[in-house]
Design a protein around this ligand. Structure first.
Ligand code: ATP
Length: 363
């Protein structure tokens, strides 16, 4: 039996609530399947950790993360615990920089049976992936912004050739993988090349790397048009790739298309390491009330199994990931299961139990 070491950073607020049940669920699938086991190590990090120890991401935590096969992260940051410059504690950003997790993968695939914000019947066909560059862009200025004489503030967008080349290669390869699965096989570059030199450079490198992928469709879109199209015709999108800050904003729009932050999974992937976490933050407004939707966390856990399966050439894990995705879909196809954030009454326990029942049925 293959054992995987998983560094678990539950973090703050609802991060703690959804992480432990996700670990239980993944272990349930592993135990039933018998071909792999997850050895989870819980680690300190986040805003509470910062308040207690003065460190948001202690060195020991970082070391275990470096040695782990994968990292599972809940949510981090609390609005009332901040650095002296007024910014929030966000070690999840530091992890992306430290471990070179350049591809933020944000699938946007709503559950067909849920009452979604878009009413057009084509909403059932929304199924695209947004890739958010996660090591530079405007976020490169995190912790480095300058305020001059209380009169002017500057944050700088940084775009490098090396980060762009690996990002676009990842995007084209993902588009190719999807093409093999029956998707259109198109990578859309989302930028603001008409205004910023940094974004014109971003697009230039997209076009250069694209020449190595003649089988994949190419398209460029300004970020404002992308926002419009994500509402007007998101069912026509396949794979989108964009700069860090634009990706941050558009991924919340993607979560909105799915009904809420608690439905949106994500992965931050590099060449050596990967972090899997729901798109949502610590949501202090609902923490401790049993209202947190764990779906995004379950789907992120499934993304982790898929990634581990591909990295270690263990198709069993990929099948287990598919099983979790199917169990979640089947749970929502049942009448009555509707999370609080979509206007329903289903809390963390009810959603978890319903998904567990579907997993048991499918195993
Ligand atoms: P961050 O800046 O850390 O990404 P945020 O400010 O975007 O966080 P979130 O914590 O993601 O905020 O929450 C935004 C809103 O979505 C909040 O009103 C919260 O209640 C709701 N929300 C977020 N996650 C969930 C969830 N898993 N289940 C239910 N509601 C959620």
């Amino acid at each position: 039996m293959k054992k995987f070491k998983i560094a678990v950073l539950a973090g703050d607020g609802i991060g703690l609530e959804v992480t432990s049940i996700c670990c239980d669920l993944l272990k349930q699938v592993g135990a039933h399947h018998g071909s792999f086991a997850l050895d989870t190590e819980w680690l300190n990090a986040g805003a509470d950790c910062y308040q207690q120890t003065g460190e948001a991401l202690p060195g020991e935590t970082m070391q275990v993360c470096r040695e782990a096969d994968a990292i599972l992260l809940g949510a981090m940051g609390l609005p009332n615990i901040r650095y002296s410059d007024g910014t929030e504690i966000a070690p999840q950003l530091d992890l992306r920089f430290e471990l070179n997790l350049y591809a933020g993968v944000r699938p946007v695939k709503p559950m067909k049976s849920l009452p979604l914000p878009l009413r057009n019947p084509d909403r059932r066909n929304i199924d695209f992936i947004l890739i958010r560059e996660s090591t530079e862009g405007l976020f490169a200025s995190h912790g480095k912004g300058v305020v001059t004489n209380d009169q002017e503030a500057t944050d700088t967008m940084r775009i490098t050739r090396s980060a762009c080349e690996r990002l676009f290669r990842f995007g084209f390869e993902l588009s190719r993988k999807r093409k093999d699965q029956g998707y259109p096989g198109r990578l859309t570059c989302v930028d603001k090349a008409n205004v910023f030199a940094s974004m014109a450079f971003f697009r230039k490198i997209y076009e250069e790397v694209g020449e190595q992928f003649p089988d994949i469709g190419k398209e460029c879109m300004y970020v404002d048009a992308a926002a419009l199209n994500m509402v007007k015709q998101p069912w026509n999108m396949d794979v989108l790739v964009t700069e860090n800050m634009f990706g941050d904003i558009l991924s919340d729009l993607g979560a909105g298309l799915m009904g809420g932050m608690g439905m949106a999974p994500s992965a931050d992937i590099g060449d050596q390491h990967a972090v899997f976490q729901p798109c949502h933050g610590s949501a202090p407004d609902i923490a401790g009330q049993g209202k947190a939707n764990p779906t995004a966390m379950f789907l992120s856990g499934a993304m982790m199994l898929e990634w581990l399966g591909e990295q270690h050439r263990q198709p069993d894990l990929v099948r287990c990931a598919e099983l979790i995705n199917k169990a979640v879909e089947d749970a929502y196809a049942k009448p009555g299961l509707l999370p609080y954030e979509l206007g329903g009454q289903s809390g963390t326990n009810e959603i978890t139990r319903t998904v567990q029942i579907e997993i048991e049925r499918l195993l």
